[in-house]
Design a protein around this ligand. Structure first.
Ligand code: MG
Length: 219
């Protein structure tokens, strides 16, 4: 999957996939991560993307692959140094996604001051639902997020609790790099992350935005 279908724009090749770390206080607390300062930004390659119904898997045995349910922003208009007040004008659509993370590798990377590229960017690490037009979603800070594994609720939160809201993320990131149609931003996860195992069935939902089902395959 190397393109996304964006309402009003049609099929758009996927550009960069940005992820935001520690954007909910509840998740920062469970990870023992500090809060405050500039957003933590990382990148996933376009090869990480997969769609509803995908089988996701870690790149090999022995990894601890964690689920992180997130609101995903699709950029629809090019911009550099986008002012906060105009930031949401650059959003074409929203989806629900999973920022799948190899927590074992990420822990080592944090300890050794290494990049998170492999922990966050392996194939199938970025499943996303179908995209819904921004105009239909309305306020991106009023979206309930949830994740069920095998029918049990594991994560439940609201985008209202983001530390830096969607407009602030677009404004901040675009001071460093131009945002272009087809770029995606994974906006961070609320509390409740945990390890997945082969055979798990995941159902992610962003209320009023979309639903996503994936299953976990063997490495
Ligand atoms: Mg995340």
């Amino acid at each position: 999957m190397r393109a996304v279908l964006l309402p009003g724009l049609g099929e758009v090749p996927v550009g960069k996939i940005l992820g935001i770390g520690t954007n909910y206080a509840s998740h920062a607390k469970e990870m023992g991560s500090p809060v405050g300062g500039d957003p933590v930004v990382f990148l996933k390659p376009s090869t990480a993307l997969c769609a509803d119904g995908a089988v996701v898997r870690p790149p090999g045995p022995g990894h601890e692959m964690h689920h992180e349910v997130e609101l995903v922003v699709a950029i629809g208009r090019t911009g550099l140094r986008i002012p906060f007040e105009k930031a949401l004008d650059h959003v074409a659509a929203y989806a629900v996604g999973l920022d799948l993370t190899l927590r074992d590798l990420q822990l080592v990377a944090k300890q050794k001051g290494r990049p998170w590229a492999l922990a966050k960017g392996f194939d199938t690490s970025a499943p996303v639902s179908a995209f819904r037009a921004a105009a239909e979603v309305g306020d991106p800070q009023k979206v309930a997020l949830s994740l069920k594994i095998n029918g049990q609720v594991k994560q439940s939160g609201s985008s209202a609790d983001m530390i830096v809201p969607v407009a602030g993320l677009i404004c901040f990131v675009s001071t460093f790099m131009a945002l272009e149609p087809g770029d995606l931003i994974f906006t961070g996860t609320p509390a409740g992350v945990g390890a997945l195992k082969a055979g798990d069935a995941l159902e992610a939902e962003a209320a009023g935005v979309g639903r996503l089902k994936v299953s976990v395959g063997v490495p």
